[in-house]
Design a protein around this ligand. Structure first.
Ligand code: ATP
Ligand code: MG
Length: 588
């Protein structure tokens, strides 16, 4: 279907209107000092994420506002801002009584249950560095990360401990304390070498003086998704709160009173920056779904919880699209006003699906574990260009760079030059190091520029267009081809649910383009469909850029954060070693 290249901004779509601000004027006047002025700071002048996120809203009447509503198998659990303040104080006191001090590492391995959120924020209050892990990780990825991160404390559940950690304990001599969180009603078991969370919390005071951390002190450790290789441990500081506040406002349009749902797990940076910190900084109520993806239930949550702002990922959107529009139309979303997505390129089809099925186009966001927060986005209040990542947020300086024959980096001034996306260093949530990999960290920078490893172009209106990761870009017959463009064209075909495109070595053209597709229900991967899809791609892209081969798969291999693992498709195709698969989703 031919659609316009732009979706005009509709002020009326941004409800509630009383909160409407003229983002154009405000953004023009933006400075990081204005964000500093919006925050509270500690009495000693220091900055602590948990203080800004929780304590600012915990006093007086505001304290009764809901911070989190958890939708669990055994019903709903809720935490007000005041309750969150007391619970996180208790946990900070537990850490203090165990002798766990500033800068030491606290790991959390748990599903999205209230105690995970309490442990993350309580650790920050204590001044320790917290690292949430995906609870679905197997023992090896857990052991590697905990060893690399020098874990001193682990918060987990009895079942996860027994299944995944107990046998590793000898390999983790630095791990001194394990706290086990029981499910409501679950009986206490005596497991050697562990403490009971509930008992420890009950014995701790609910008053705590937050550690006098500064903006440059470490707060969080996050492992990257492992899309391109072995995951890196990225260290983040308390000063990141400035970016979280700024982006919560300008990219997600969060206002007090909003019901906000971020579908990411805190095992991935989105689930922490935007599943915990940014919404609390803006005093909104977050919905946390403790279960895994289910199309019907997700639509029901949007409807029943009256979600106003929804932050999700392309992989989830593609799964909803695959489930068909009829299911979506069984529900209604009158409260919804803003939908955004991050993690992978968002194909134009998906932006339009939002517009047509949810009543709102999806706002694509670009950022990385390393950037700590959203850097480039289609923002509320501005036109959306479907297929584009949008424009840099206030206070973020982005550019496209190319390398000369001598390897020197040049900033491209001509619009539409394809090159590496770079950011001027110094934004507040910039990560401050990779664990045990100083040289690799330094290599990410060229003078004042952070080189992101992603290829993109900027158009004449300042919108950025993702081309591909530098590792995934295909060189065919002298052309540089980004997999995203080819995948987006394939996704326009009604049979295609997911597409992953790789370059396969070829003696004549250098690399030949090969596509792996999964199909929507009701379609079969017949030779006739393959011919039709090859023809469709040739018509849309031209012979030089269209795939020459198509394979059908039941599902594409994905990371736990939902990214298509093109390097794995390629390794399997070429019969090469699979490399690090610690973040591979089960069954893929
Ligand atoms: P690793 O660094 O371990 O290979 P990763 O880069 O996938 O894994 P993350 O930090 O979770 O780990 O993901 C950031 C990357 O995700 C970006 O560099 C980019 O390639 C991709 N990405 C995120 N958002 C978008 C987007 N809106 N459009 C295109 N790509 C995106
Ligand atoms: Mg990366």
């Amino acid at each position: 279907m031919d659609r316009p290249g732009i979706i005009k901004h509709r002020a009326a779509a941004l409800r509630p209107a009383p909160n409407w601000t003229d983002y154009g004027a405000e953004r023009a006047a933006f400075s990081w000092n204005s964000v500093r002025a919006a925050l509270d700071y500690l009495p000693c002048g220091g900055l602590n994420i948990a203080h800004e996120a929780v304590e600012r809203h915990a006093r007086g009447e505001q304290g009764d506002r809901l911070a989190f509503r958890f939708l669990g198998e055994q019903g709903q659990r809720e935490l007000t801002y005041a309750q969150l303040s007391y619970a996180t104080n208790r946990f900070a006191n537990v850490l203090a009584s165990l002798g766990v001090g500033r800068g030491e590492r606290v790991f959390v391995l748990a599903g999205r249950m209230p105690e995970l959120y309490v442990a993350v924020l309580g650790s920050m209050k204590r001044g320790t560095v917290v690292c949430p892990l995906f609870s679905a990780f197997g023992p090896e990825p857990i052991a590697t990360r905990m060893t690399l991160g020098d874990a001193r404390v682990l918060v987990t559940t009895p079942a996860l401990y027994r299944r995944k950690v107990e046998a590793l304990r000898e390999r983790l001599p630095g791990l001194r304390h394990v706290l086990l969180v029981r499910a409501p009603g679950e009986a206490r078991q005596d497991i050697p070498g562990t403490l009971d969370w509930e008992e420890a919390m009950a014995g701790a005071s609910e008053l705590f003086e937050i550690a006098p951390t500064s903006a440059d002190d470490y707060a969080l450790l996050h492992f990257t998704s492992g899309t391109t290789g072995t995951p890196k441990g990225a260290l983040h500081v308390h000063g990141a709160a400035l970016t979280h506040w700024m982006t919560g406002k300008y990219a997600l349009d969060l206002h007090p009173g909003d019901i906000y749902w971020c579908t990411a797990d805190p095992g991935w940076v989105t689930g922490t920056s935007y599943g915990i910190i940014a919404p609390l900084l803006h005093g909104v109520t977050s919905i946390i779904d403790e279960a895994e993806f289910d199309a019907g239930r997700w639509y029901r949550i949007l409807q029943e919880q009256a979600v106003t702002v929804w932050y999700t990922a392309p992989t989830a959107i593609r799964m909803l699209m695959r489930a068909g529009p009829e299911l979506a139309r069984q529900f209604s979303y009158p409260a919804l006003r803003m939908v955004a997505s991050v993690g992978e390129p968002l194909n134009p089809e998906a932006v339009w699906w939002g517009e047509e099925v949810l009543g709102h186009p999806i706002h694509d966001n670009w950022w990385q574990t390393e950037t700590g927060g959203i850097m480039i986005a289609n923002t509320p209040g501005f036109d959306i260009k479907p297929g584009s990542m949008g424009r840099p947020l206030p206070g973020i300086d982005a550019c496209i760079v190319t390398r000369g024959a001598d390897g020197a980096v040049h900033v491209a001034s001509e619009p539409d030059t394809v090159g590496e996306l770079a950011l001027k260093r110094g934004w507040p949530s910039m990560w401050r190091g990779y664990l045990n990999e100083d040289a690799r960290y330094r290599k990410c920078f060229d003078g004042e520029l952070y080189l992101t490893g992603d290829l993109a172009r900027r158009d004449a209106d300042g919108y950025y267009w993702f081309v591909g990761r530098s590792d995934d870009v295909i060189k065919s017959s002298g052309h540089l081809i980004g997999p995203f463009e080819v995948e987006s064209a394939l996704l326009e075909h009604p049979a295609v649910a997911e597409a992953g495109v790789i370059g396969k070595p070829d003696p004549t053209v250098g690399e030949m383009i090969k596509a792996f597709l999964s199909l929507k229900p009701g379609y079969e991967g017949t030779p006739a469909l393959r011919m039709e899809l090859l023809g469709h791609a040739r018509k849309r892209l031209g012979a030089a850029v269209a795939p020459k081969e198509i394979d059908f798969l039941a599902a594409l291999p994905r990371t736990r954060s939902g990214k298509i693992l093109r390097r794995l498709l390629k390794a399997r195709e070429l019969g090469l070693p699979e490399g690090d698969t610690s973040t591979l989703e089960a069954g893929a």
